[in-house]
Design a protein around this ligand. Sequence first.
Ligand code: F6R
Length: 239
Amino acid sequence: APRVVTAPTAEVGDVAADVVAAFIRREPTGVLGVATGGSPLDLYSALARRRAAGLDTSGLTLVALDEYVGLSAADVRSYRAYVQTLIAEPLGIPAGRVHVPSGADADDAAAYEATIDSVGGVDLQIIGIGRNGHIGFNEPGSELDSRTRVIELTESTRQANAPWFDDDPTAVPTHAMTQGIGTILDARALVLVATGAAKAPALAAALSGPVTTDLPASVIQRHPDVTVVADPDALSGAW
Ligand code: F6R
Protein backbone atom coordinates (compact mmCIF):
# COMPACT_ATOMS: atom_id res chain seq x y z
CA ALA A 1 0.00 0.00 0.00
CA PRO A 2 1.19 3.57 -0.59
CA ARG A 3 3.00 5.28 2.29
CA VAL A 4 0.95 8.34 3.22
CA VAL A 5 2.67 11.32 4.83
CA THR A 6 0.55 14.24 6.04
CA ALA A 7 2.03 17.69 6.40
CA PRO A 8 0.64 21.19 6.84
CA THR A 9 0.03 22.80 3.45
CA ALA A 10 3.05 25.08 3.74
CA GLU A 11 5.33 22.11 4.49
CA VAL A 12 4.20 19.64 1.83
CA GLY A 13 6.90 20.83 -0.59
CA ASP A 14 9.65 20.47 1.99
CA VAL A 15 8.52 17.02 3.11
CA ALA A 16 8.34 15.83 -0.50
CA ALA A 17 11.77 17.40 -1.08
CA ASP A 18 13.13 15.22 1.77
CA VAL A 19 12.12 12.13 -0.20
CA VAL A 20 13.53 13.46 -3.47
CA ALA A 21 16.76 14.71 -1.84
CA ALA A 22 17.36 11.30 -0.28
CA PHE A 23 17.04 9.80 -3.76
CA ILE A 24 19.44 12.39 -5.23
CA ARG A 25 22.05 11.63 -2.55
CA ARG A 26 21.76 7.93 -3.37
CA GLU A 27 21.71 8.43 -7.14
CA PRO A 28 23.18 11.81 -8.07
CA THR A 29 23.03 10.92 -11.76
CA GLY A 30 19.57 9.33 -11.54
CA VAL A 31 16.51 9.96 -13.68
CA LEU A 32 13.91 12.17 -12.04
CA GLY A 33 10.43 12.19 -13.55
CA VAL A 34 8.77 15.56 -13.12
CA ALA A 35 5.15 16.63 -13.06
CA THR A 36 4.20 20.19 -13.90
CA GLY A 37 1.21 22.19 -12.63
CA GLY A 38 0.71 23.78 -9.23
CA SER A 39 1.13 20.85 -6.83
CA PRO A 40 4.92 20.37 -7.07
CA LEU A 41 5.92 24.07 -7.29
CA ASP A 42 6.93 24.24 -3.61
CA LEU A 43 8.80 20.96 -3.97
CA TYR A 44 10.89 22.40 -6.83
CA SER A 45 11.68 25.58 -4.90
CA ALA A 46 12.59 23.47 -1.85
CA LEU A 47 14.99 21.45 -4.02
CA ALA A 48 16.55 24.67 -5.36
CA ARG A 49 17.13 25.83 -1.77
CA ARG A 50 18.77 22.53 -0.95
CA ARG A 51 21.01 22.94 -3.98
CA ALA A 52 22.03 26.36 -2.64
CA ALA A 53 22.78 24.59 0.66
CA GLY A 54 25.07 22.06 -1.05
CA LEU A 55 22.92 19.28 -2.55
CA ASP A 56 24.31 18.50 -6.02
CA THR A 57 21.29 18.26 -8.29
CA SER A 58 23.17 19.03 -11.50
CA GLY A 59 23.83 15.41 -12.46
CA LEU A 60 20.18 14.46 -12.75
CA THR A 61 18.31 13.67 -15.93
CA LEU A 62 14.76 15.08 -16.10
CA VAL A 63 11.86 13.35 -17.83
CA ALA A 64 8.54 15.20 -18.03
CA LEU A 65 5.14 13.55 -17.94
CA ASP A 66 3.31 15.51 -20.57
CA GLU A 67 3.04 18.48 -22.92
CA TYR A 68 0.19 20.43 -24.45
CA VAL A 69 -0.44 19.98 -28.16
CA GLY A 70 -0.39 23.15 -30.21
CA LEU A 71 1.78 25.48 -28.11
CA SER A 72 5.20 26.42 -29.42
CA ALA A 73 8.14 25.24 -27.31
CA ALA A 74 8.93 28.91 -26.69
CA ASP A 75 5.43 29.55 -25.29
CA VAL A 76 5.80 30.33 -21.58
CA ARG A 77 2.72 28.20 -20.90
CA SER A 78 4.28 25.11 -22.47
CA TYR A 79 5.46 22.40 -20.10
CA ARG A 80 8.84 22.59 -21.88
CA ALA A 81 9.11 26.17 -20.59
CA TYR A 82 7.90 25.15 -17.12
CA VAL A 83 10.43 22.34 -16.83
CA GLN A 84 13.23 24.55 -18.14
CA THR A 85 12.61 27.63 -16.00
CA LEU A 86 11.15 26.15 -12.81
CA ILE A 87 13.15 22.92 -12.55
CA ALA A 88 16.17 22.53 -14.86
CA GLU A 89 17.64 26.02 -14.48
CA PRO A 90 17.21 26.28 -10.69
CA LEU A 91 18.70 22.78 -10.30
CA GLY A 92 21.56 23.42 -12.74
CA ILE A 93 20.64 20.62 -15.13
CA PRO A 94 21.89 21.12 -18.71
CA ALA A 95 19.29 21.15 -21.51
CA GLY A 96 20.76 17.98 -23.03
CA ARG A 97 19.50 16.03 -20.02
CA VAL A 98 16.00 17.51 -20.04
CA HIS A 99 13.33 15.51 -21.86
CA VAL A 100 9.78 16.73 -22.52
CA PRO A 101 7.33 15.20 -25.02
CA SER A 102 7.15 17.34 -28.15
CA GLY A 103 3.38 17.59 -28.32
CA ALA A 104 3.94 18.56 -31.93
CA ASP A 105 3.27 15.39 -33.85
CA ALA A 106 1.49 12.23 -32.68
CA ASP A 107 4.36 10.21 -34.18
CA ASP A 108 6.66 11.67 -31.54
CA ALA A 109 4.89 9.63 -28.84
CA ALA A 110 6.76 6.43 -29.66
CA ALA A 111 10.00 8.40 -29.87
CA TYR A 112 9.37 9.66 -26.33
CA GLU A 113 9.05 6.09 -25.05
CA ALA A 114 12.37 5.35 -26.78
CA THR A 115 13.93 8.39 -25.10
CA ILE A 116 12.81 7.16 -21.69
CA ASP A 117 14.27 3.73 -22.46
CA SER A 118 17.52 5.29 -23.65
CA VAL A 119 18.10 7.00 -20.31
CA GLY A 120 17.43 3.72 -18.50
CA GLY A 121 13.87 4.43 -17.38
CA VAL A 122 12.63 6.77 -14.65
CA ASP A 123 14.00 6.14 -11.17
CA LEU A 124 11.77 8.47 -9.16
CA GLN A 125 8.60 9.95 -10.67
CA ILE A 126 6.89 12.97 -9.10
CA ILE A 127 3.18 13.06 -9.90
CA GLY A 128 0.18 15.21 -9.08
CA ILE A 129 -3.44 14.13 -9.24
CA GLY A 130 -6.26 15.74 -11.20
CA ARG A 131 -9.62 16.48 -9.61
CA ASN A 132 -10.98 13.75 -11.86
CA GLY A 133 -8.27 11.32 -10.79
CA HIS A 134 -6.01 11.72 -13.80
CA ILE A 135 -2.25 11.19 -13.55
CA GLY A 136 -0.13 12.74 -16.24
CA PHE A 137 -2.90 13.66 -18.64
CA ASN A 138 -4.37 10.17 -18.55
CA GLU A 139 -8.00 11.14 -18.26
CA PRO A 140 -10.65 8.71 -16.93
CA GLY A 141 -11.10 5.86 -19.38
CA SER A 142 -7.37 5.59 -20.14
CA GLU A 143 -6.17 2.00 -20.29
CA LEU A 144 -4.07 0.93 -17.32
CA ASP A 145 -1.35 -0.32 -19.69
CA SER A 146 -1.44 2.76 -21.93
CA ARG A 147 1.79 4.24 -23.28
CA THR A 148 2.75 7.75 -24.41
CA ARG A 149 0.12 9.12 -26.78
CA VAL A 150 -2.00 12.14 -27.65
CA ILE A 151 -5.19 12.44 -25.61
CA GLU A 152 -8.14 14.82 -25.58
CA LEU A 153 -8.38 16.81 -22.35
CA THR A 154 -11.68 16.82 -20.46
CA GLU A 155 -13.61 20.02 -19.77
CA SER A 156 -12.82 19.54 -16.07
CA THR A 157 -9.08 19.52 -16.75
CA ARG A 158 -9.23 22.54 -19.07
CA GLN A 159 -11.21 24.37 -16.40
CA ALA A 160 -8.70 23.40 -13.70
CA ASN A 161 -5.77 24.61 -15.82
CA ALA A 162 -7.40 27.87 -16.93
CA PRO A 163 -5.46 29.91 -14.32
CA TRP A 164 -2.34 29.34 -16.44
CA PHE A 165 -4.24 30.73 -19.47
CA ASP A 166 -5.59 34.08 -18.24
CA ASP A 167 -8.49 32.24 -16.57
CA ASP A 168 -9.90 31.35 -19.98
CA PRO A 169 -10.67 27.61 -20.21
CA THR A 170 -11.23 27.93 -23.96
CA ALA A 171 -7.60 29.07 -24.29
CA VAL A 172 -6.36 25.80 -22.73
CA PRO A 173 -5.29 23.42 -25.51
CA THR A 174 -7.79 20.67 -26.27
CA HIS A 175 -5.16 17.95 -26.50
CA ALA A 176 -1.96 16.89 -24.80
CA MET A 177 0.75 14.29 -25.28
CA THR A 178 1.15 12.28 -22.11
CA GLN A 179 3.10 9.35 -20.79
CA GLY A 180 0.64 6.48 -20.47
CA ILE A 181 -0.44 4.89 -17.22
CA GLY A 182 1.77 1.91 -18.07
CA THR A 183 4.69 4.27 -18.72
CA ILE A 184 4.22 5.96 -15.34
CA LEU A 185 3.96 2.58 -13.55
CA ASP A 186 7.35 1.61 -15.02
CA ALA A 187 9.04 4.24 -12.82
CA ARG A 188 10.92 2.55 -9.96
CA ALA A 189 9.31 4.81 -7.35
CA LEU A 190 6.47 7.34 -7.31
CA VAL A 191 5.98 10.42 -5.14
CA LEU A 192 2.47 11.88 -5.33
CA VAL A 193 2.00 15.44 -4.08
CA ALA A 194 -1.48 16.84 -3.39
CA THR A 195 -2.90 19.81 -1.51
CA GLY A 196 -6.36 21.25 -1.10
CA ALA A 197 -9.88 19.95 -0.63
CA ALA A 198 -10.54 19.90 -4.39
CA LYS A 199 -8.28 16.81 -4.54
CA ALA A 200 -9.88 14.98 -1.61
CA PRO A 201 -12.44 12.82 -3.46
CA ALA A 202 -9.94 11.74 -6.13
CA LEU A 203 -7.16 11.10 -3.62
CA ALA A 204 -9.39 9.02 -1.35
CA ALA A 205 -10.52 6.93 -4.32
CA ALA A 206 -6.93 6.55 -5.50
CA LEU A 207 -5.80 5.31 -2.08
CA SER A 208 -8.57 2.89 -1.27
CA GLY A 209 -11.15 2.63 -4.05
CA PRO A 210 -11.19 -0.02 -6.76
CA VAL A 211 -8.30 0.02 -9.25
CA THR A 212 -10.16 1.18 -12.33
CA THR A 213 -9.73 3.06 -15.59
CA ASP A 214 -12.46 5.38 -14.25
CA LEU A 215 -9.87 6.76 -11.82
CA PRO A 216 -6.39 6.44 -13.33
CA ALA A 217 -4.62 7.41 -10.09
CA SER A 218 -6.00 4.24 -8.47
CA VAL A 219 -3.11 2.40 -10.16
CA ILE A 220 -0.83 3.65 -7.40
CA GLN A 221 -2.22 0.69 -5.45
CA ARG A 222 -0.50 -1.60 -7.96
CA HIS A 223 2.94 0.01 -7.60
CA PRO A 224 5.33 -1.36 -4.98
CA ASP A 225 6.98 1.94 -4.01
CA VAL A 226 4.65 4.92 -3.66
CA THR A 227 4.89 7.84 -1.23
CA VAL A 228 1.94 10.22 -1.01
CA VAL A 229 2.69 13.61 0.55
CA ALA A 230 -0.49 15.58 1.12
CA ASP A 231 -2.03 18.18 3.37
CA PRO A 232 -5.00 17.44 5.67
CA ASP A 233 -7.48 18.98 3.20
CA ALA A 234 -6.37 16.71 0.38
CA LEU A 235 -6.63 13.74 2.76
CA SER A 236 -10.04 14.76 4.09
CA GLY A 237 -11.96 12.24 1.97
CA ALA A 238 -13.01 8.82 3.27
CA TRP A 239 -10.18 6.32 2.67
C1 F6R B 1 1.14 17.74 -14.81
C2 F6R B 1 0.24 16.59 -14.82
C3 F6R B 1 -1.10 16.63 -14.16
C4 F6R B 1 -1.16 17.43 -12.87
C5 F6R B 1 -2.59 17.44 -12.33
C6 F6R B 1 -2.71 18.28 -11.07
O1 F6R B 1 2.34 17.43 -15.49
O2 F6R B 1 0.59 15.62 -15.39
O3 F6R B 1 -1.52 15.32 -13.90
O4 F6R B 1 -0.29 16.86 -11.93
O5 F6R B 1 -3.45 17.96 -13.31
O6 F6R B 1 -2.47 19.61 -11.40
P1 F6R B 1 -2.23 20.70 -10.26
O7 F6R B 1 -1.01 20.28 -9.53
O8 F6R B 1 -2.00 21.99 -11.01
O9 F6R B 1 -3.44 20.69 -9.42
